[in-house]
Design a protein around this ligand. Structure first.
Ligand code: ATP
Ligand code: MG
Length: 332
């Protein structure tokens, strides 16, 4: 089966509905037809300041949320990035073949550094896409399913793999970008012009997968809409209503057109109630399962260790090819 790699940062106390719709739901399906490797990318998370105790807890939680959402750690490989040192090692080598200008064109860095300014943004945040390239290339992944926000980084990964191969001989597998359905992109409920994000600023705009039923329903019912009063999918003119339609379509496994037709002529209140009910029903069993898994951290850590061994076996072999190709003296 084709190798697939994807990951998420343990950068918040929980994953959110955007991560679920844009990643987990599709990972769950794809693991049946792919040799799937899923990573909790804690090395990426420290590109912005993290509290150490919190980071540890969030890493476990993220792993538990993967499993609770249906990633099977016996069938797929589900591991923590810092457990496999080859990620940092390959990233260094790739750093040396990346142009400074090329790295400067990455828009995520521009977005994420805009807030605090360039003296606050770390060099790690700047080279984030290069570490991401290492993640993918270590596993000879051919399929990298990500949201639209990650397209530029996967293009960079392809460029780096191609450049490495032409400079040092055929060593790395050039992956294909698999952008997950555009309707799988979820926006902030309070600020539907920006994507729902773990590092987002509006507490009421983010639907955390660990929120209880009441909190989820409350946030959905106070979602920003518009004054037109007509339910219609139009992401440019009606971002709030369109986001609600997308959410409902995703969690009920229907098309946006189908959901739009169902609410034709109805009020925003009816749409919000339906969204709230569907989201609550979808997330409740996942939340409950996550909390169960977190009740036995020793068992979870044991699973992650076994999976890290499987991941290392693949990653170390790739790193050895790379070290040999660049001309590092083998350790006798
Ligand atoms: P951060 O704000 O820390 O970057 P994030 O919410 O963007 O967090 P990531 O860990 O960067 O989450 O991304 C994990 C995966 O979730 C990626 O595949 C990304 O494309 C997807 N994703 C993130 N946010 C959304 C969203 N709002 N809608 C759909 N997919 C999303
Ligand atoms: Mg992100």
């Amino acid at each position: 089966a084709p190798r697939l790699f994807s990951g998420m940062q343990p950068s918040a106390a929980s994953l959110h509905l955007g991560n679920y719709a844009g990643a987990l739901l599709q990972w769950r399906e794809m693991q049946a037809t792919h040799d799937a490797v899923f990573c909790v990318v804690d090395l990426h998370a420290i590109t912005v300041p993290q509290d150490p105790a919190e980071l540890r807890e969030r890493t476990r939680r993220t792993a538990a949320q993967y499993i609770a959402a249906g990633i099977d750690p016996e069938h797929s490989t589900l591991f923590v990035q810092s457990h496999v040192p080859a990620h940092a090692q390959l990233a260094w080598v790739l750093n040396t073949i990346t142009g400074y200008g090329e790295a400067s064109r990455m828009t995520q860095f521009k977005d994420k550094s805009a807030r605090g300014g360039l003296d606050v943004a770390s060099v790690g945040l700047f080279t984030y896409p290069i570490l991401q390239a290492a993640d993918i290339l270590l596993y000879d992944a051919v399929v990298v399913p990500v949201g639209e926000d990650q397209r530029q980084h996967i293009e960079l990964t392809r460029d780096l793999a191609t450049r490495f191969n032409s400079r040092f001989g055929d060593t790395l597998v050039v992956p294909e970008v698999r952008i997950l359905k555009e309707t799988a992109k979820i926006y902030d409920l309070q600020n539907p012009g920006s994507k729902m994000s773990k590092s987002g600023e509006s507490p009421a705009g983010i639907l955390w997968m660990l929120d209880d039923d009441t909190a989820l329903a409350k946030k959905i019912k106070s979602a920003v809409t518009d004054s037109e009063g007509v339910v219609r999918y139009d992401p440019i003119e009606k971002p709030g209503v369109s986001n609600l339609l997308s959410i409902l379509a995703i969690v009920t496994r229907r098309s946006v057109a189908e959901v739009e037709a169902e609410f034709d002529g109805l009020q925003y209140g009816a749409l919000k109630s339906a969204v709230a009910e569907a989201v609550v029903e979808e997330l409740r069993p996942i939340r409950e399962r996550t909390l169960e898994l977190l009740d036995d951290p020793a068992e979870l850590d044991r699973l992650l260790a076994i999976n890290a061994d499987r991941a290392s076996a693949i990653a170390d072999a790739t790193l050895a090819r790379v070290y040999d190709a660049v001309g590092f003296l083998p350790r006798a």
